[in-house]
Design a protein around this ligand. Structure first.
Ligand code: ASP
Length: 359
């Protein structure tokens, strides 16, 4: 059994297998339409979602399987105080695979520690969103024909944007990736991604102040929404909410073969005038999400080995009862999850569940 909690849970070979299978599903849909008959996917969504939940649902339906679950935790035993570990123990009696979204960071990793069926992380707080990453990789591949060698600009909310964090991690599995970070000071990429991913795994990155100065060099522009729900301070949100807006004038500066991606929903960071531009790939990206989730479900039900959530290379686990994770949104501060840590080769101590730096 294998879970998908973090994009780095997938080796390069496994990423390639999923993308190749998704492409085959697109080319021969009839071949797969009954392939998961009698199998059940459970969707446990503790946080709002349109695309991800419906995409999982339609993916399982297209494979001939069934779907059960909840889209609002208030209608489940969670409202009676049930823990995520108990919920997955129970749901594992009914379903063959579970897709879970949670506002608490590390919730799915904690759940996977007791689950008897594969857990798919469908988004945990501001932390990770690996199935959006699979969607993004398939979209880049289909739009440009390759992933190696691209220059990709991430624009908007790089601090809370879990899709950005996950995609940068997964891109470290590819060759010669250049990352350009376009964000206001308040929404810059967290240090742990810069240090533990970019610096350590050799992704070159630069930070710039305007979109205009980098538009001509980008192969992919990854736009994101400023996520109001993650801000603790409304004034701070108001200050940054309209920081970067993509319009046709900026598109005119870009390469002829460039792809604009966005995990959606958009608010006002891409004007609707851009939608008609052939380089606007964000609605095609949504459909790719269904195909890649069909491939993922198929693979997770097929893979027997259990490399589980591995320790990143060069790091070691740390158990020290005197240490505490200070992230209020981490599972270890919300349920009775243990405070567990890992130390990286440069000596940095991070929470096992949410990756926060421990001071
Ligand atoms: N749909 C994406 C997510 O779930 C992006 C967003 O909500 O802005 O993270």
């Amino acid at each position: 059994m294998k879970h998908l909690i973090d994009p780095m849970d997938l080796s390069k070979e496994e990423l390639d297998q999923i993308i190749t299978l998704a492409e085959d599903i697109i080319a021969h849909r009839e071949k797969y339409q009954d392939s998961q008959r009698y199998k059940k996917l459970s969707t446990l969504f503790y946080e709002p979602s349109t695309r991800t939940r419906l995409s999982f649902t339609s993916a399982m339906m297209e494979l001939g399987g069934n779907v059960l679950g909840f889209s609002d935790a208030k209608s489940s035993s969670v409202s009676k105080g049930e823990t995520v570990q108990d919920t997955v123990r129970v749901v594992g009696c009914f379903a063959d695979v579970i897709a879970m979204r949670h506002h608490i960071e590390g919730a799915q990793l904690y759940a996977s520690e007791v689950s008897r069926v594969p857990i798919i992380n469908a988004g945990d707080g501001s932390h990770s969103h690996p199935t959006q990453t699979l969607t993004d990789l398939l979209t880049i591949k289909r739009e440009l024909g390759h992933i190696d060698g691209i220059t990709i600009g991430f624009c908007g909310d790089l601090k809370f944007g879990r899709t950005v964090h996950s995609l940068i991690k997964a891109l470290s599995r590819f060759k010669d990736i250049k990352v350009v970070l376009i964000a206001p000071d308040e929404l810059k990429l967290p240090d742990y991604i810069k240090q533990d991913v970019c610096d350590k795994l050799g992704i070159s990155y630069k930070e710039v102040q305007t979109m205009e100065e980098v538009m001509p060099e980008l192969d992919v522009l990854y736009m994101t929404r400023v996520q109001q729900e993650r801000f603790l301070d409304q004034d701070e949100f108001d200050r940054v909410k309209d920081s970067f807006v993509l319009d046709c004038a900026k598109m005119a500066l870009a390469k002829e073969k460039m792809a604009v991606l966005h995990p959606l929903p958009r608010v006002n960071e891409i004007l609707t005038e851009v939608d008609a531009d052939p380089r606007a790939a964000y609605f095609r990206q949504v459909e790719n999400g269904k195909f890649v989730r069909m491939a993922l479900i198929t693979k997770l039900l097929e893979w027997k080995d259990d490399p589980s959530h591995g320790m990143p290379e060069g790091e070691e686990p740390v158990y020290d009862a005197t240490l505490r994770c200070t992230n209020a949104k981490c599972i270890c501060n919300n349920e009775h999850a243990p405070h567990k840590f890992r130390r990286s080769d440069n000596g940095t101590l991070r929470c096992w569940y949410c990756d926060s730096k421990i001071k």
